[in-house]
Design a binder for this molecule. Structure first.
Ligand code: CUA
Length: 331
């Protein structure tokens, strides 16, 4: 049994370690987290094998013979065995907990020159705010090698912010701000996914993450700022507060694309109806459907899915621009 157990453990560990559980890593914490996983696998496989070997052997060795109707022997425990099987797992679990805590403490350590990014989840989209640069975006762009502190919020239900290549994951909890610290260290395109079942559009709650060089990042930030300042200059008014909102921008900023299809916006969501083909579309109907989405439910789509707070979240001008934009997109 011992020989069989050792062989089975080694085979099990080899299989477990050869499986690529995670995609290629893109943050400085990834290697440490992957090592934690490997250590856990190496510890768990022999325990699984031990339990299963003893269980299967007992089933085979001590099974009742045909016709044997006697009761089993009345065994009232074995103190020495019980002390062993409580003490060893206790020591193992404690050691693993300390190791996990030390690793987490290391990953979460404050770094100099940290950039803050506010992450907001809502059904069914993510938005990102760079407070230091005063930029809002629906795409997450990060400079390579700069420590980032994500401050995670939600506007409605529980979501979970996860970029598999960074490894770290944190729930977005109503009423709380949760934080994770990550230093991206590989240039590339990844995706942020929602890892908490949050409603019918949960699986579509993915957005692009780009890790770029610091120069490309600065250029991107400048570009994000440009439209606003250009509009302010063109508007002629001081301060640029009266710039007319752009319907396409309102559509993009509010995550409409994650649930709706709209060709001119390159939106391909299927959680809600196609907004390019609204039967008998009128401005009044589109306005009502944004403000009170449950009033008219398109056949084949579930009610209570679209957020019902857009009329309070959007300014009057933004709502007008959005209605106009969708109305003009009808074919
Ligand atoms: Cu948000 Cu799942």
């Amino acid at each position: 049994m011992i020989a069989l157990g050792i062989v089975a453990s080694l085979v099990g560990i080899a299989i477990a370690l050869s499986i690529p559980w995670f995609p290629k890593s893109a943050s400085t914490s990834a290697d440490k987290i992957d090592t934690v996983y490997d250590v856990l696998l190496i510890c768990s496989v022999p325990i699984f094998v031990l339990v299963m070997t003893v269980a299967l052997y007992s089933v085979w060795r001590f099974r009742a013979k045909p016709g044997d109707m006697r009761d089993g022997a009345p065994i009232h425990g074995n103190t020495r065995l019980e002390v062993i099987w409580v003490t060893i797992p206790f020591l193992m679990v404690t050691a693993l907990a300390i190791y996990g805590w030390v690793t987490l403490d290391d990953i979460e350590a404050k770094q100099p020159d940290t950039m803050i990014v506010n992450v907001t989840g809502r059904q069914f989209t993510w938005s990102f705010e760079y407070p230091e640069q005063k930029v809002d975006s629906t795409e997450l762009v990060l400079p390579k090698d700069r420590p980032i502190e994500f401050r995670i919020h939600t506007k409605d239900v529980l979501h979970s912010f996860w970029v598999p290549e960074f490894r770290l994951k944190s729930d977005a909890v109503p009423g709380l701000t949760t934080k994770i610290r990550v230093t991206p260290n590989r240039i590339g395109n990844y995706q942020v996914v929602c890892a908490e079942l949050c409603g019918i559009g949960h699986s579509t709650m993915r957005q692009d993450v780009r890790v770029v060089s610091p120069t490309v990042f600065t250029a991107w930030i400048d570009k994000q700022k440009q439209p606003a300042s250009a509009q302010a200059g063109g508007g002629g008014g001081g301060g640029g507060a009266a710039a007319k909102p752009d319907g396409a921008q309102v559509f993009a900023d509010n995550g409409c694309a994650s649930c709706h299809t709209l060709a001119i916006a390159n939106a391909t969501g299927t959680v809600g109806p196609n907004l390019g083909k609204i039967p008998n579309a009128t401005a009044a109907f589109i306005r009502q459907s944004i403000a009170d989405p449950n009033k008219v439910i398109t056949k084949g789509f579930p009610p209570n899915t679209m957020p019902q707070d857009f009329s309070s979240k959007l300014s009057k001008a933004e709502l007008n621009a959005l209605v106009d934009y969708i109305l003009k997109a009808q074919k």
